[in-house]
Design a protein around this ligand. Structure first.
Ligand code: GDP
Length: 377
């Protein structure tokens, strides 16, 4: 064989090997990629109450499967506990300071009271806690720090109220889904919470559909659709400026058609006027309820906004019948006392807490775990 023949033979061998590799790889690939499903136009008629000129609603089909298993709900609250315990939380610091005081004199109680108020606990709950502790720790003279901590735990748990029903209301008739409306001021974390909650519910084997009825903010529908894809659930959304009630109606209609268990409806959080807000949220509810009852109205509150956030939340609570609270950004707040304050103010239990921006950063609220975190455990 001459040199030219050897080179030709080597080239031939390389081509054959490359062809075999390409063939083998191409046979393995289909399991990884899911073909994108094109957006489909919804053929539904607008509900009676919606204006005739409602822009066409786009229906976006989820294409992604849930990437990895969601974190179990119980360990999420443990994460919050750790974060509270390790943080610069004012309430936790005040409690630690009280427990480490040698003598419980008037100055110690004054400092304690001031720190509790600064930690957003609210004046009423602060007075109650200080009075209860003064009686038990001061008058009864509990000097043992372990016993004192147990007294603190008992009083704090009582303030957070472990007796409240914090379960999400998802009961529904067969054939119609449970409907959860998410309301609150823009920027509090509504859309993010809808996405995280969908993931939590999917992990519990619920069949979930998202309704993107925040048609006021152009990016909101896209943001929710991205969450839907991430979580592996479909999203029904309206074009910018579409009637939110119509979008919500169509989301529920689609959910009924597809045999879904839960529809999570994201709403716009414009704080224009109380009457405007009442009209908008009231209309969404009425229109949805032509097909299925709204089982839960969750008010989302940003824990870092303190008294201001509380005042805004009150406007929403007046406008719509809120059944549960979601306290977001508790990871970024140094003031855990807001949990007690919002429950007292609004007379509704905190059901969920946001612990960060990640998909698993939402936990069902648990009074004992929360207090354990504040006590540095
Ligand atoms: P919306 O306008 O109420 O729908 O608010 P978004 O869902 O768009 O959230 C506003 C911002 O808050 C986003 O940057 C979110 O990632 C962030 N966010 C939402 N929930 C939490 C939380 O629990 N912790 C933290 N640190 N950020 C959050």
């Amino acid at each position: 064989m001459n040199t030219a023949q050897i080179i030709a033979l080597v080239v031939l061998l390389v081509v054959i090997v490359a062809a075999v590799v390409v063939f083998a790889v191409s046979r393995r690939r289909p399991a990884v990629e899911t073909p994108a499903v094109p957006a489909v136009e919804a053929p539904w008629a607008a509900p009676a109450e919606a204006p005739a000129e409602v822009p066409v609603v786009e229906e976006v089909q989820a294409v992604a499967a849930v990437a990895e298993a969601p974190e179990a709900p119980a360990s999420r609250m443990v994460r919050l506990r750790r974060r509270l315990a390790g943080s610069q939380n004012g309430l936790a610091r005040a409690l630690a300071g009280l427990l480490s005081s040698d003598r419980l004199d008037a100055d110690v109680w004054d400092d304690f009271e001031t720190t509790l108020i600064a930690a957003d606990l609210g004046v009423g709950p602060t007075t109650e806690l200080v009075e209860a502790l003064r009686t038990t720790l001061g008058v009864e003279g509990i000097a043992d720090p372990v016993a004192a901590k147990e007294v603190l735990r008992r009083e704090l748990v009582a303030l957070v109220d472990p007796g409240l029903d914090r379960s999400l209301r998802l009961e529904h008739e067969s054939g119609t889904p449970a409907v959860v409306m998410m309301v609150g001021v823009n920027g509090t974390g509504k859309t993010t919470t809808v996405g995280k909650l969908a993931r939590l519910l999917v992990a519990e084997d619920h069949r979930v559909l998202l309704g993107a009825a925040d048609t006021f903010r152009a990016a909101a529908v896209e943001q929710l659709t991205t969450w839907g894809e991430r979580v592996g659930v479909p999203t029904v959304g309206g074009a910018e400026g579409a009637d939110p009630a119509s979008v919500a109606y169509q989301a529920v209609e689609r959910a009924i058609g597809d045999g879904m268990d839960v529809v999570l409806v994201d709403t716009a959080g414009r704080l224009h006027t109380k009457v405007g807000l009442m009209d908008e949220l009231g209309k969404i509810r009425r229109v949805v309820e032509k097909q299925a009852p709204v089982t839960e109205v969750l008010l989302v509150i940003d824990a870092t906004t303190g008294q201001n956030g509380l005042a805004q939340a009150r406007v929403f609570a007046d406008a719509v019948d809120v059944t549960g609270l979601v306290l977001t950004k508790l990871d970024g707040s140094a003031k855990g006392g807001i949990v007690v304050a919002v429950q007292r103010e609004l007379g509704v239990p905190v059901k969920l807490v946001g612990l960060g921006e990640g998909a698993d950063d939402l936990a069902p609220f648990d009074a004992e775990q929360f207090v354990a975190g504040l006590l540095g455990e």
